[in-house]
Design a protein around this ligand. Structure first.
Ligand SMILES: Nc1nc2c(c(=O)[nH]1)N[C@H]1C(S)=C(S)[C@@H](COP(=O)(O)OP(=O)(O)OC[C@H]3O[C@@H](n4cnc5c(=O)[nH]c(N)nc54)[C@H](O)[C@@H]3O)O[C@H]1N2
Ligand SMILES: Nc1nc2c(c(=O)[nH]1)N[C@H]1C(S)=C(S)[C@@H](COP(=O)(O)OP(=O)(O)OC[C@H]3O[C@@H](n4cnc5c(=O)[nH]c(N)nc54)[C@H](O)[C@@H]3O)O[C@H]1N2
Ligand code: SF4
Ligand SMILES: [Mo]
Length: 841
């Protein structure tokens, strides 16, 4: 099926189209786009005066012309209640993407709801409540009233610990400074909710405690550093598919030698060559292939390590670098802690404590504790010692003439959701710190990132460290009310089989109680709900843009607006903050999340006052926001008064890099890189090294699991799919390519199990079962597979064990299971190509 083959022509954007700033809602990269809207009954013409590009469109345009757009970038949407034509196309003047789109971002327009073109018809338009045994539309007032009455009752009868919250903490799709403030103010200021989790992990914690504890914030460089560096390191990440335009617009040009002018200008005294690149990933992901194409295979080193052995590898590289004397002693002396930390008796076997599973200490201490030879690491990691040595050389061996090698490490979910997160993260930062690669041009030791960021909330200090393991609380029958914001644990949490089983049971108890008092009025309804909660039931409120599986178990469903349907600020992976403007109406009665939070707060105040709890009711004041800008002023802007919507709007898709440093006229001055002055984010400004030796697979149960099952079920993302497919599932382009999640398997493993390409297989272990279609992959290591996570038709999380590390970080990537064929290629997958995903050159 060819995508949109019915589209023959699209309207020309007229010269007077309204132009607004847009930022891609999807990944961390935050590519700049422009949104063009104009009335439904008009279009531009070919004459330069008639189109927004100002060019003669009757002539053939050059190959790299900007004067075009793809069908996926077009839609007909509502703006101020009227139908308008909408084009969202990449902005050539945005320094992030320089006009590049991606197979995700370039679908933003068609991924908005349209009653004219029929796209995204599943978007929620009205609040829903469980009524007459099914979901029925209701008013905001009615929905808020029920939420507030039940929540207030449960919290007053028990405590705030009986309210469990799952909420986004990011920017872009779900989140943003406005919305994290709205929800943060509600749960962390008006209340002190501590049984709270984030959308992607079962606790309210950091993904990267270690680097922060060491004084090195995880987004510390600028995208430009990837253009200036000598060596790029992709550690547990797949940048072509997951941080696409960061890779294509900033890494690839350096690999191709196309940034030599910039290097010569900014680093004139150093010999320059095109960058080399190292990938550390158990599988050969397609980024390796893309890098080989750009840099030539000799300049690409892939270390296909055993799953979960990154700590051994990092410690061996660190040891080798120090043994060779390639570290920077002057920098270490001046900018890092010089006295060894006090050693707890049990160190190094344990850490300082569960909250600090590695020791924050001096360079010498770390060298001593982490010492690991290349040969030992080779044995543990399953890669040749010579390749580890080569990696260390590429990372730190001085260049000709003795110039320091500039090296940038980008890491992401391969280590974050991997074995021994804390120590591994610390061990990687050790390498960058020792070689003075933080705060320097061409340096950085950074998260590649997931979503954009947009975190501005009151202190979460009351949550504690380690934070509560919220999924386990729910499974254990704790909590009475669950508020959910932009999450779908049914598709993306760990131990999902068990979680869903218990969640269905507990929420069904409340549904049955509600059904039993139909027609008896609000008081009877609230009493019935509270009665069911007392018996172990759970009352759920789901705030989302669609009716997802969590919503299908909830009792109240509240429709949110997404980016583009509201004004929203967030920052990208180099801390670049922009205002993505509202260019269309949200569907129906949907509202921005921050205003939904405000509505809940206002009704909490009313209900609490009515029930004689005026002291507590007073906590819920200060939510009289009329729009999202009011929430922004109340939150982010109160701390950074220079940062206003007006200034951000004027600064377009380039915005500024956080933190703001003041104003130059109306321009906000930003910060290109952190730690340029060598002052780190610790009380004394000195960075810490991490002493944390290798200690095997530490997550409870994982070692046994690896010994009990045949296949590693490595898992993660594909270029095409965004997250849990919440929009993709209604997008023909995506469902056509991936009607089911794929599982990449070695062809010999497939043959041994009588599995043909495209066959539906079941993947099962003691935690549960899931399914996928088999995708033969020559480069897959025998016994190792890679499954697309988060699909509606096969949740990888079903087979992930409940084991977490000391800081309650899930270990999705380390899963072992058996595989059996269920059925021949399903009809929906019959047309799929199973060619290699690699580009052959
Ligand atoms: N196309 C697309 N892009 C996205 C997203 C998306 O859904 N789709 N989601 C965004 C989000 S929220 C996130 S968090 C990021 C994630 O971005 P990434 O972390 O880059 O993506 P993943 O596919 O989750 O995992 C990356 C790699 O980790 C490897 N890996 C698995 N186990 C190990 C291990 O033990 N050690 C090492 N070194 N590597 C291992 C996997 O083989 C995989 O290639 O992507 C963001 N960008
Ligand atoms: N097995 C396995 N599991 C994983 C991972 C993995 O690598 N492997 N990765 C983890 C990671 S890093 C992530 S980020 C998660 C991703 O998975 P999820 O946490 O499930 O996140 P999303 O897919 O981003 O979307 C969650 C919900 O937000 C809704 N939504 C979108 N925009 C808005 C909005 O503006 N407002 C509101 N209220 N709702 C909105 C969507 O409809 C969707 O239902 O999965 C995690 N789970
Ligand atoms: S790379 Fe990320 S931010 Fe850029 S267009 Fe693609 S999904 Fe959007
Ligand atoms: Mo993520």
């Amino acid at each position: 099926m060819a995508y949109k083959r019915h589209i023959d022509r699209l309207p020309i954007i007229p010269a007077d189209a309204k132009v607004q700033n847009a930022v891609c809602h999807y990944c961390i990269v935050g590519c700049g786009y422009k949104a063009y809207t104009w009335p439904i009954n008009r279009q531009g013409g070919t004459d330069p005066s008639q189109n927004v590009f100002g060019v003669d469109l009757s002539e053939q345009q050059p190959q790299d012309t900007e004067a075009w757009y793809a069908p996926s970038m077009y839609n007909i949407v509502k703006q101020d209640g009227r139908d308008v034509q909408l084009v969202i196309k990449p902005d050539v003047n945005c320094v992030v993407n320089s006009g590049l789109g991606s197979v995700r971002g370039a679908r933003m327009a068609e991924n908005h709801p349209s009653t004219v073109t029929g796209t995204q018809g599943h978007r929620l338009t009205d609040p829903l409540t469980w009524r007459y045994g099914s979901y029925q539309q209701t008013s905001w007032e009615d929905a808020f009233d029920l939420v507030a009455r039940v929540t207030a009752r449960v919290v007053m009868d028990g405590s705030e610990d009986d309210l469990i919250v799952s909420m986004f903490d990011h920017g872009g799709s779900g989140g943003g400074y406005e919305n994290t403030w709205g929800t943060g103010k509600l749960y962390f200021e008006s209340m002190k909710v501590k049984n709270v989790r984030i959308h992607n992990r079962p606790a309210y914690n950091s993904e990267v405690h270690a680097t922060r504890d060491m004084g090195v914030g995880e987004l510390n460089n600028a995208y430009e550093d990837a253009e200036l560096t000598d060596t790029l390191v992709a550690w547990g990440c797949n940048p072509l598919e997951c941080q696409t335009n960061y890779f294509l617009n900033h890494w690839v040009p350096n690999l191709q030698g196309m940034t030599s002018d910039k290097k010569a200008e900014l680093l004139p005294d150093e010999p320059q060559e095109p960058a080399k690149i190292i990938f550390i990933d158990p599988r050969r992901n397609v980024s390796v292939n893309a890098a080989e194409q750009a840099a030539g295979p000799d300049n690409v080193l892939h270390l296909p390590i055993n799953s979960g052995t990154d700590l051994a590898l990092a410690n061996a590289i660190f040891t080798h670098i120090v043994e060779q004397g390639w570290h920077d002693q002057d920098f270490i002396d001046a900018h890092t802690l010089r006295e060894a930390a006090e050693h707890p008796a049990e160190f190094p076997a344990k850490g300082a404590s569960d909250a600090y599973p590695g020791l924050l200490t001096s360079f010498e201490d770390a060298v001593e504790a982490n010492r690991m030879s290349l040969e030992e690491a080779a044995e543990i990691c399953g890669v040749p010692a010579d390749d580890i040595r080569k990696a260390a050389e590429w990372m730190a061996e001085p260049k000709e003439g003795g110039a320091r090698r500039r090296m940038m490490i980008g890491y992401e979910k391969g280590i974050i959701w991997g074995n021994d997160n804390y120590r591994t993260n610390g061990a990687i930062v050790n390498i960058s710190l020792a070689t003075r690669n933080i705060g320097q041009l061409g340096g950085g030791c950074v998260r590649m990132g997931g979503h954009q960021e947009g975190y501005f909330r009151p202190s979460e200090g009351h949550v504690g460290r380690p934070a509560a393991y919220v999924d386990q609380l729910i499974i254990d029958g704790k909590g009475g009310v669950h508020h959910i914001w932009a999450c779908n644990h049914y598709r993306t949490t760990l131990n999902a089989t068990e979680f869903k089983r218990i969640y269905n049971h507990r929420t069904n108890m409340v549904k049955e109680a509600m059904d039993s008092v139909a027609g008896q009025g609000r008081d009877a309804l609230v009493d019935a709900i509270v009665g069911a909660i007392a018996e172990g039931g759970l009352f759920a409120v789901n705030v989302d843009i669609i009716q997802n599986e969590m919503g299908s178990q909830a009792h109240v469903v509240l429709p949110a607006a997404q980016q583009g349907e509201m004004n929203l600020t967030s920052m990208n992976g180099e801390r670049r903050m922009r205002l993505a403007e509202k260019y269309m109406d949200p569907p129906g009665h949907a509202m921005p999340d921050c205003l939904i939070a405000a509505g809940i707060a206002r009704h909490m105040e009313r209900v609490l006052s009515e029930t004689g709890n005026s002291d507590y009711a007073a906590n819920f004041q200060g939510y009289d926001w009329k729009n999202e800008e009011d929430a922004f002023r109340d939150g982010y802007q109160s701390a950074h008064p220079d940062v206003t919507y007006e200034r951000l709007r004027a600064m377009g898709t380039n915005g500024f890099q956080e933190p703001p440093q003041g104003l130059d006229g109306e321009t906000i001055i930003g910060t290109d890189r952190l730690y340029k002055d060598g002052k780190f984010s610790t009380d004394d400004g000195l960075a810490r090294f991490m002493a944390g030796p290798w200690r095997g697979l530490v997550t409870p149960g994982k070692q046994e699991e690896s010994e009990s099952y045949t296949f590693l079920i490595n898992n993660g993302r594909s270029n095409l799919n965004w997250q849990n497919w919440f929009l993709d599932q209604e997008n023909e382009f995506v469902t056509d390519r991936w009607p089911y999640p794929f599982i990449e398997m070695n062809p010999e493993d497939m043959a041994e199990n009588s599995i043909e390409p495209g066959d539906l297989v079941e993947i099962f272990n003691g935690n549960g079962a899931t399914q996928a279609i088999a995708y033969p992959t020559e480069t897959a290591t025998r016994g190792e597979t890679f499954m697309l996570f988060g699909s509606p038709r096969g949740t990888q999380g079903n087979i992930v064990s409940k084991g977490v590390n000391e800081l309650v970080i899930p270990v999705y990537k380390q899963t072992w299971a058996d595989i059996r064929k269920i059925a021949d290629v399903p009809e929906a997958a019959r047309h799929i190509s199973f060619k290699s995903k690699e580009f052959r050159f």
